[in-house]
Design a protein around this ligand. Structure first.
Ligand SMILES: N[C@@H](CCC(=O)N[C@@H](CS)C(=O)NCC(=O)O)C(=O)O
Length: 225
C-alpha cells in the first residue's frame, strides 16, 4: 500500500509534495488542515505539534519535511537525497539554510503573508525588518556560492536546493528583493523550470490558501491603518 502524504499549500507541505512529485513516488496525497479543531484530534495522534507535512506508511507516522524527503528519496532509489561522499555537503546546506536563509525568508513571509492570511495578529515591523536584514546577509553568502555553480552541490540538483528555496514560490507575498542577487535569482529560475517545483499541486485536490485581506501584505495593511 502506498504511503499517505498529508499536505496543504503552505511552504513546508509544498516542499514535501514537490519532492514526491519530482521523484515520481507512488504516494496518496491527502489535503489536510490539522489546526482546524474538527481535524486536530485525528492529527494529534500522527504529529503532536499538528504540523504538516506528515507521511503515514504502514501505520507509522513520519513528520518534518526533511525526514519525509529522505524517506521518499530512499523509496525511489534516488540520489536526490545524497547518500554518498556529498552527503555531508548536502546536510551542511540544509542545516545552514534552515537556521539562516530559510529562516530569514520565513520571518518576512510570516509577517507579510501567514499572519494576515490566518489573522494571527498585527504586523510586527521590527520582526519584518530583522528578517529582511537576515535575508540580505544570508542571500549574499548564497550569491557568492551560486556564482560558480548551477546548484548548491557541485554535482547538481539535490534536496538541499528544494529546502533552501522553500519560501521563494511565495515571494509574490513576501516581496524579498531577490532581484538584487543575480546568481541567486538565476538559480531560483532554474528551479522554477522543474514542473514538480513550479506546480507541485497539479492535478491534486488542494484548496487554495485563505486570501490575504485587501490582497496586501501585512506591512501594506499596517500602513493603510
Ligand atoms: N519544521 C516543519 C515545519 C512544518 C510547518 O511549519 N508546517 C506548517 C506549514 S509551513 C503547517 O503545518 N501549517 C498548517 C497548515 O498548512 O495547514 C517541517 O519542516 O516540516
Amino acid at each position: 500500500m502506498a504511503p499517505t502524504l498529508y499536505f496543504s499549500r503552505n511552504p513546508n507541505p509544498r516542499l514535501a509534495v514537490a519532492v514526491a512529485r519530482y521523484l515520481n513516488c507512488a504516494v496518496d496525497f491527502e489535503w489536510a488542515a490539522p489546526f482546524d479543531p474538527a481535524q486536530s484530534d485525528r492529527f494529534r495522534r500522527l504529529n503532536p505539534s499538528l504540523s504538516i507535512p506528515i507521511m503515514v506508511d504502514q501505520g507509522k507516522s513520519l513528520w518534518e519535511a526533511d525526514a519525509i524527503a529522505c524517506a521518499l528519496s530512499m523509496r525511489a532509489g534516488s540520489s536526490f537525497w545524497r547518500m554518498d561522499a556529498e552527503m555531508p555537503d548536502m546536510i551542511r546546506w540544509i542545516s545552514w539554510g534552515k537556521a539562516n536563509f530559510v529562516q530569514a525568508c520565513d520571518m518576512v513571509h510570516f509577517e507579510r503573508g501567514t499572519k494576515p492570511r490566518y489573522g494571527l495578529g498585527p504586523y510586527d515591523a521590527a520582526a519584518c525588518a530583522e528578517g529582511l536584514q537576515r535575508f540580505a546577509s544570508t542571500a549574499g553568502i548564497l550569491e557568492t556560492h551560486l556564482q560558480t555553480r548551477a546548484y548548491l552541490l557541485d554535482s547538481g540538483l539535490s534536496y538541499a536546493d528544494f529546502r533552501m528555496a522553500t519560501f521563494l514560490p511565495f515571494n509574490d507575498v513576501a516581496g524579498l528583493p531577490l532581484e538584487d542577487y543575480p546568481a541567486l535569482s538565476a538559480w531560483n529560475r532554474r528551479l522554477q523550470r522543474l514542473a514538480a517545483w513550479r506546480d507541485p499541486f497539479a492535478g491534486l485536490v488542494a484548496p487554495e490558501l485563505p486570501a490575504i485581506p485587501n490582497g496586501a501584505g501585512g506591512d501594506k495593511q499596517a500602513e493603510a491603518r
